[in-house]
Design a protein around this ligand. Structure first.
Ligand SMILES: Cc1cc2nc3c(=O)[nH]c(=O)nc-3n(C[C@H](O)[C@H](O)[C@H](O)COP(=O)(O)O)c2cc1C
Length: 176
């Protein structure tokens, strides 16, 4: 195991908190019966390359904004890819539809070979968004048949799917 030991290290990139909630849920599942650890925000600073290299397994939960994972998630993956011997990666995308297209693009752009990859549906909360974002997303919803009421707040996340993902990470951790 090349000097790596301990638990998976969980990172997240968020703007409105859903990727963080998902990362926290994964941590709670991984820690069941053990010492709780907190997931780490990629803002304001990315982890040092040494921290990444020493992790037995890396989990990244990254939210999507306007067709892409957040920029700090991209910077993180570039740093991860530059490691001489990167640890296994479990990658999760958070977007409105649990769509895989964002994952496929990110995996291709960074030439990743994640041990696990999953997409989770996030949250729609118009009241949190600024005027411009709210109007654009309402317009997209109008086109795609989603909710347009500006008071809408819906959590689409399947916590069962998040728990399945955490169980797969735990199994990977045991096999490392
Ligand atoms: C400004 C903005 C742009 C978004 N763009 C997309 C998008 O292109 N595709 C998508 O599936 N979801 C999109 N979403 C939905 C978010 O991915 C979803 O709300 C997710 O829960 C956000 O994660 P966060 O709470 O961790 O920031 C967008 C949301 C906002 C507020």
């Amino acid at each position: 195991m090349s000097g790596r030991s301990g638990m998976a290290v969980v990172y997240y990139a968020t703007r409105d908190g859903q990727a963080q909630r998902i990362a926290e849920h994964i941590c709670r599942k991984l820690d069941e019966g053990g010492t709780p650890t907190a997931p780490r925000n990629l803002l304001p600073d990315l982890p040092a390359p040494g921290e990444l290299a020493a992790a037995p397994l890396i989990v990244l939960v990254a939210a999507v904004r306007y067709g892409k994972h957040l920029p700090e998630a991209d910077r993180f993956l570039a740093a991860y890819r530059a490691l001489p011997a990167p640890p296994p990666l479990a990658l999760a995308s958070v977007n409105l539809t649990a769509g895989n297209a964002y994952l496929r693009k990110t995996i291709a752009r960074h030439q990743l070979t994640p041990a696990l990859a999953a997409a989770f549906a996030g949250r729609l909360d118009y009241r949190r968004y600024g005027w411009r974002d709210r109007q654009i997303i309402r317009f997209i919803m109008l086109l795609t048949g989603g909710p347009t009421d500006p008071d809408t707040c819906i959590e689409y996340t399947s916590w069962d799917a998040v728990e399945d993902f955490a169980a797969q990470i735990a199994a990977l951790q045991r096999s490392e």
